[in-house]
Design a protein around this ligand. Structure first.
Ligand code: UD1
Length: 418
């Protein structure tokens, strides 16, 4: 297993090339089997979650090839509607496959999904919505069995704007008979990207980005060539790293409105932020101030996927911060690792109280989940002395060339085999 060796304290300067958004590409890959025609996703990020999703599609019988930066899916010969537990346990997003498989085969059998260890992550909303579309569902021995005679459009009210459930419903509704209305839908930009992709394939979806999405079922979908949106969480991670280290960097490809609340919080820290079209520039000088309160919420609220990285920044700012995690029950598991670097953070249930210390110091820490791992890297980059970040498998799930990109900005970071 690889680790990072990081000698902290270097300022970051330069422009960060952003990858396509992990959370956009995964549902697009799931959607690619809605048609028997060829689908090309341009610039798919070479990250473990994408490779795992590709493996799931291959298990269904699809031909998946990586050519240059693109991934090409030809599922004309796909005939399998079962996904083995080895793969679904690796990747929670495999749950999207329920919607796609039901549209394509009227049947699906998947093992209960896995993913990051950040909380309970039930899928009751997904299953209740699929039932509304006419799906019969049985859960037995860790497997979910679904089948239907046909999918029928319906009005679905989501009690909570779940990103995954909204995407799954779209995948099940695009070719259902009649009209589906999703009220209380999640409004994340990645859902708009999925809508755009489905419409490129010939679907009739409208309203993504608002809380009511309408889908008019179509008879068939065609192939498509599509370039996904850029990764707003990756952009946020680099902006937070620059804030923690000092310096001046620019991200290109993510418009400010996709991470508006983060930019507001960074200004509150004392950073200068300039935005123009899809460029975001940050300038960080001197000691920053803690954010008084950060509370994660569904979009357009503060993203839970940037909560850990924000805590890592606040750990060495002046003052104190209260961080409230509303989405996932156990998303503070990185805190004991940050404490090894001298962070003063107390966790009580969904609340973390951060008292800023003057400087974090180097330590040997272990990444236990994707964004928690990124947070440890940020803390190490800003800390005094040498750190080791162990177990990069989680970071590899979501960030392509994390180490190389930081190196180009001037960080002292190396990836080494253990
Ligand atoms: C997606 C993102 C993930 C991000 C999260 C919240 C992908 C691949 N992953 O995950 O990076 O952190 O959105 O922005 O896009 N819930 C239920 N029942 C359900 C479904 C969800 O109770 O059936 C709850 C979850 O336990 C959680 C909350 O709803 O508390 C948010 O989950 P959801 O929006 O579904 O997140 P994911 O789609 O899993």
């Amino acid at each position: 297993m690889d680790k990072y060796l990081i000698d902290g304290g270097r300022r970051l300067y330069g422009c960060v090339p952003l990858q396509s958004a992990k959370n956009a590409v995964l549902p697009l890959l799931a959607a690619s089997v809605l048609t028997e025609k060829r689908v090309t996703i341009r610039e798919a990020p070479p990250i473990a979650d994408v490779f795992c999703m590709a493996q799931i599609l291959r298990e269904l019988g699809a031909d998946v090839t990586f050519s240059g930066n693109d991934v090409v899916i030809d599922s004309a010969n796909a005939c399998n509607h079962e996904i083995s537990s080895a793969l679904t346990k690796e990747l929670r997003s495999s749950v999207f496959m329920l919607g796609s498989l039901l549209t394509r085969f009227r049947r699906a059998l998947i093992a209960y999904p896995g993913g990051c260890d950040i909380g309970l992550r039930p899928i009751d909303l997904h299953l209740a919505a699929l039932r509304r579309l006419g799906v019969r569902i049985a859960e037995r021995d860790g497997f979910i069995f679904c089948d239907c005679d046909k999918l029928r459009g319906a009005e679905i009210l989501l009690d909570f704007p779940s990103v995954g459930a909204t995407e799954n419903i779209l995948l099940a509704a695009v070719m259902a008979e009649g009209r589906t209305v999703i009220a209380g839908a999640a409004k994340e930009p990645e859902i708009v990207d999925l809508q755009n992709f489905l419409n490129t394939m010939g679907a009739r979806v409208a309203g993504a980005g608002t809380d009511v999405i309408e889908v008019e079922g179509v008879r068939e979908l065609k192939g498509a060539v599509y370039r996904p949106m850029k990764d707003r969480i990756e952009a946020g991670t680099f902006l937070l790293a620059c804030a923690a280290c000092g310096g001046e960097i620019e991200t290109r490809g993510v418009p400010a409105e996709n991470i508006r609340l983060l930019l507001h919080k960074l200004r509150e820290n004392g950073c200068k932020i300039h935005t123009k079209n899809d460029r975001i520039q940050i300038e960080s000088r001197g000691r920053l101030k803690c954010n008084r309160r950060i509370e994660t919420m569904p979009f357009p609220g503060f993203p839970t996927d940037l909560q850990a990285q924000t805590a890592a920044l606040n750990a060495s700012c002046e003052g104190g911060a209260l961080i409230v995690e509303n989405l996932f029950e156990t998303r503070f598991k990185y805190v004991p690792e940050l404490q090894k670097m001298g962070a003063d953070i107390e966790v009580k249930g969904r609340h973390a109280f951060v008292r800023g210390v003057k400087r974090l110091h180097g330590a040997v820490v272990t990444a236990g989940d994707l964004r928690g791992g990124a947070a440890l890297a940020i803390a190490a980059l800003g800390a005094e002395g040498v750190s080791e970040v162990l177990d990069l498998s989680h970071i590899d799930r979501g960030y392509a060339d994390f180490c190389g990109k930081f190196k180009k900005l001037g960080a002292e970071i190396r990836r080494v085999r253990v």
